[in-house]
Design a protein around this ligand. Structure first.
Ligand code: PNS
Length: 176
């Protein structure tokens, strides 16, 4: 029987419990799920691609059918390369729908055989976003329960002035 491979593309800066919730749901309905981190989406991300890759790998190590990868260029092209027949995206609230619908229809225009599958995360994550997590952490608030403990720890390290200074001193190439 044909295996159904799906990709779950996003920036994941940082990955949250909402992402993890969706990964768990996706891993139950697809034979293989590839969490695909977009490179170069944001010129000044909080976490480098390799940091996000490491965090997501650790978060998903218990799921045998989930792998983590990075990509650039079009999502539909990456999906074709990965032999995926579906793109998984989360919809938290009606406000997500317009953008997600536009993206799904544009991806369908570009690659008609690729289906977008929307899943809803658990209610307690319906107001959670990476952007808000970054903002709360940067302003010294608690992100407990919003991100896995390991991500919480990485955020604390980023916000620690001593660590920040070390990052500022590192050559640019080592920052990403
Ligand atoms: O969850 P995010 O961070 O908003 O993810 C957005 C993402 C990565 C899914 C979207 O920006 C994307 O697919 N970018 C790749 C470039 C592309 O294919 N653009 C056309 C989309 S219709």
């Amino acid at each position: 029987m044909k295996k159904v491979v799906a990709i779950y593309p996003g920036s994941f800066d940082p990955p949250t419990n909402g992402h993890l919730d969706l990964i768990e749901r996706g891993s139950k309905i697809f034979d293989q799920l590839i969490v695909a981190i977009l490179r170069n989406a944001d010129k000044s991300p909080l976490f480098s691609i390799s940091e996000r890759l490491r965090m997501l790998e650790a978060m998903t190590e218990s799921f045998s059918n989930v792998e983590v990868d990075t990509f650039d260029g079009l999502t539909v092209e990456y999906a074709a390369k990965a032999k995926a027949s579906a793109v998984l995206r989360g919809i938290r609230a009606i406000s997500d729908y317009e953008y997600e619908l536009q993206m799904a229809l544009m991806n369908r225009k570009l690659h008609p055989e690729l289906e977008t599958v929307f899943m809803m995360p658990a209610e307690q994550y319906s107001y959670l976003s990476s952007r808000l997590v970054r903002e709360i952490a940067q302003l010294g608030g608690s992100v407990k329960g919003l991100v896995p403990e390991m991500v919480e720890q990485r955020l604390k390290e980023k916000m620690d002035p001593a660590v920040k200074l070390q990052y500022a001193r590192e050559p640019k190439s080592r920052k990403r």
